[in-house]
Design a protein around this ligand. Sequence first.
Ligand code: SF4
Length: 720
Amino acid sequence: MRNTATQHTATPTHCPYCALQCGMNLTPAADGTVEVSERADFPVNRGALCGKGRTAPAVLSSRVRLTSPLVRSGDGTLVPASWEEALGRIAGNLARTRAEHGADALGVFGGGGLTNEKAYTLGKFARVVLGTSQIDYNGRFCMSSAAAAGVKAFGLDRGLPFPLEDIPKTGCVVLVGSNPAETMPPSLRYFTELRENGGTLIVVDPRRTKTAEQADLHLAPRPGTDLALALGMLHLVVAEGRVDERYVEERTAGWEDARAAAMGHWPEYVERITGVSVPELREAVRLFCEPEAAMVLTARGPEQQAKGTDTVGAWINLCLATGRAGRPLSGYGCLTGQGNGQGGREHGQKADQLPGYRKLTDPAARRHVAEVWGVDPDSLPGPGRSAYELLDALGTDIRSLLLMGSNPVVSAPRAAHVEERLRSLDFLAVCDVVLSETAALADVVLPVTQWAEETGTTTSLEGRVLLRRRAIGAPEGVRSDLEVLHELADRLGVEKGFPTEPEEVFEELRRASAGGPADYSGIDYRRLAEENGVFWPCPAPDGTDRTDRTERTDGSGGTTEAAVRHPGTPRLFLDRFATDDGRARFVPVSHRPSAEEPDDEYPVLLTTGRVVAQYQSGAQTRRVDELNAAAPGPFVELHPRLAARLGAAEGDPVAVVSRRGRAVAPARITTGIRPDTVFMPFHWAGEGRANTLTNPALDPTSRMPEFKVCAVRVEAVTEA
Ligand code: SF4
């Protein structure tokens, strides 16, 4: 039973899954289910949805939905309990850990799917209530390298610094390590329209993906070598006299060092490293440089590497040398993955940041946020460990963990080790909607509301802040994450400052973000509802947190909202970059090998990724029958030559073994992958868990693990 009456009218809202945040209408039906219908007024997807979005309501009424708190009983099983008991156990254990081991023995792990309000409140809860520095979130595994590279080059990270609608109007797009045909299918139309308009699409991917099949040019480098590929292209740009000297002179700094680094990467040398031929490199440079405008868009391929920041930096250097950043219809952008991957990193659940995308080490930022929070700036902890480092410290330095909106048993690198670390904790509390693989390890599990049952804001990959509206009441027995944090704060002695109403939280978030890089102070729920979203930065017009309408003086009774409202910022950097002097920075980078290169024992490369019918760790989508029918389990994609060496036929089980473990899944044989590489999707647990194999080697700047490349051997599995 749902605990509130529902209206049988359509509510315009957004998909709970990926960063495209497609618009949809939700209508409660008489039987308690919810129907999805087309919402054509939202410009990004114009009514189109992928199968994940179309079936998202199935999780709302899933028979495996949690509707009661669970606590670990004396015999080790999880049993239903009252909210009072469950919250009391969490508060008691967190307080005990803090008393015995200090505040930094408490860990908090969030998620890129949490709304802005939840991400903000979780960060505040960790720092104000628990007093711990040990908070990070799974978005670290998503776009952190692109964020770090964007800050280095432009002084600011916003996934896309221009709206998606610019893509069809540019001359060439280089998509690096991105497969939107599977990850966000409705976005594919932007690339189709680009080609219909005469533009070209270059896809860089070791696999011939569904997206690569549509490209004018597909470059298939060895996994982990796209840094060298970008350097080889930049070398040719210089050698062929294609540098935009005037732009470089007027709008950038640091060119000479970047140029010198690139000139050491001769095309023939790059061909040997990457496997991409010199003629292909030349053709890519020609297609990219000939039009007046062009873009480079990266995703997890170049980013999820132990040199991810430098790899993205190399692609940004290519944009800067050719004058393709901060100009109309040109630029570098990152296609963020998780639903609120952008907003989730702006409001304080990241280990080193405060709301408004402020640095935790910046004294002025600490003073500003502390004033909004009503605390002493000196009481705020400093930066903590990054996501993998935090998970690796569980059971040793970190004794108790509160986890919200994440399933690291499936999604973290070296997952068997992470699972063991979670098991070694003194205490684990998890908030989730189903009993995920991580929740199943918890001492207390709290059942929480889902997207359609609560209002909140998200920030899409365009930097467009959106209002995701509540469309249906929640089932009895569940509470929102905001209520959970309010109740825990209360039990831990902080009675005020943790509202349960999302709009009240957003009003505080506006004040906390005011003046910061991600300034939301000019945005409110009313605007979001009226304008179909607002792009940040959007400061309040007079530097306060007001966006009040003013009455017209012509007696018409109308208002002059436009005159007082900041319009939001769909396009960044057109006049200046967000650095002190307004210039973009070249960052000199050079090729270096991956953390693990093939050797006699592990002669093949593994790369991981996604399939269209599953989302991230699969916690939700693996509970949807239609999606499971379409994508029932993991597989190992391999080239016929490798399959022949193993004696494996299509569908035969094969084992993939790395230095961290072994995974077994059926073979999927295709010429669309390099013979030296195998691919596994990472959505599943059990013996086919791809992340059992992946390498937690970290990027020194972004602290991103190397999900995208590690050395493995592949073995035929013989029946016992
Ligand atoms: Fe949802 Fe992303 Fe699919 Fe759109 S593309 S329906 S946002 S999962």
